[in-house]
Design a protein around this ligand. Structure first.
Ligand code: SF4
Ligand code: MG
Length: 331
């Protein structure tokens, strides 16, 4: 079926005094209606910049230099800002790691939700404000609606942010590390809330995370990002049964105990390449145990190596790996 949101060939660069930093360098993603799609990767790999490009909320130094973001028949990157404002909130909404940075400290929670409802054209009735607070599991909504952000715990603030995001009944909620700043128990509660809301509303969720445990718990499909590229995309069950890309395999190997909550991605030997120049070779080459001459000479293609699974690695490319595919005893 037709995807809800499709990102094609997205490139987002940051202008610096020393030239552009190529933060996102050709990202392709497609998100289906109602699904949870996890974008997994270490910090600085371009996950947040991908999300901010989709929302068109990039910081001033950032610019999209190529690509499309298709929502239905429209390319969001080509919309006038006024039209994009209508899309933001009503079709796409986003929540961030630090909820306090998005809440207004001088307005009560109820006022902020009412204001959002009004802006989204949903009518700012008090009943609806209380219903939203109730929907995100905030006890005693009438009392909480009168409180200010500083009176709420981190978990409660994140719930308020989710209520604000839901005000416009979005088709896709983008959640950028929504539980990273919270302690483990509260993390689990917020994730359970997101799952529950998704079931009730049918919205899709683009979950951005560096936490493989969160992906295991939440995702229908997963894309792995490395140094500005998506290197693998797969259904979550297939991915957890056997990750394809050498980088994905390292992420698993680095986990002390998958299945334990709050499993953070451990450090992998070697450093992430600089994003200041164009790549002529595989970005993972310096850290990859399987690298051979081809990896230093050519960029890997974005291949469908199994139905519904894609990978960017020469090991899966018959044109590159040839006989060595079996020799390497990898696939
Ligand atoms: Fe490793 Fe080569 Fe695959 Fe890159 S292309 S991940 S270096 S095997
Ligand atoms: Mg980030």
């Amino acid at each position: 079926s037709e995807p809800l949101l499709e990102v094609r060939g997205l490139k987002t660069w940051f202008d610096t005094a020393g030239g552009p930093i190529r933060a996102v360098e050709g990202v392709d993603l497609s998100i289906a209606r109602g699904e949870t799609f996890a974008l997994l990767g270490e910090s600085g790999c371009g996950k947040s910049m991908t999300a901010l490009s989709i929302m068109r909320l990039l910081p001033a130094a950032g610019r999209v230099v190529a690509g499309e973001v298709r929502l239905g028949a429209r390319n969001l990157l080509a919309l006038p800002e006024m039209a994009m404002r209508g899309v933001r909130g009503r079709q796409l909404a986003m929540i961030f790691q630090e909820p306090q940075s998005s809440l207004n400290p001088v307005l009560s929670v109820g006022t902020q939700i009412a204001e959002t409802l009004r802006r989204r054209g949903k009518g700012s009735h008090e009943r609806r404000v209380l219903d939203l607070l109730d929907a995100v599991g905030i006890p005693d909504p009438p009392r909480r609606a009168r409180e200010y952000p500083h009176q709420l715990s981190g978990g409660m603030k994140q719930r308020v942010m989710i209520a604000i995001a839901l005000a416009g009944e979005p088709e896709l909620l983008i959640a950028d590390e929504p539980t990273t700043a919270l302690d483990v128990t509260i993390q689990a509660q917020v994730l359970a809330l997101l799952r529950d809301l998704q079931r009730r509303t049918g919205m899709a969720l683009l979950l951005i995370t560096h936490d493989l445990g969160v992906v295991a718990e939440m995702a229908d499909r997963v894309a792995v990002m490395y140094a500005g590229h998506v290197v693998e995309q797969a259904p979550a069950t297939a991915f957890f049964a056997q990750p394809a890309h050498p980088y994905s395999r390292k992420l698993f190997a680095s986990l002390p105990n998958l299945g334990k909550r709050a499993t953070r991605l451990a450090v992998i030997r070697g450093s992430v390449p600089s994003l200041a120049h164009e790549f002529k070779a595989c970005r993972f080459e310096a850290r990859c145990d399987y690298a051979w001459s081809a990896c230093r000479e050519t960029l890997p293609r974005w291949l469908e190596h199994e139905p519904g699974r894609r990978v960017r690695c020469h090991l899966y490319d018959p044109a590159q790996a040839g006989e060595s595919l079996t020799d390497r005893d990898f696939v």
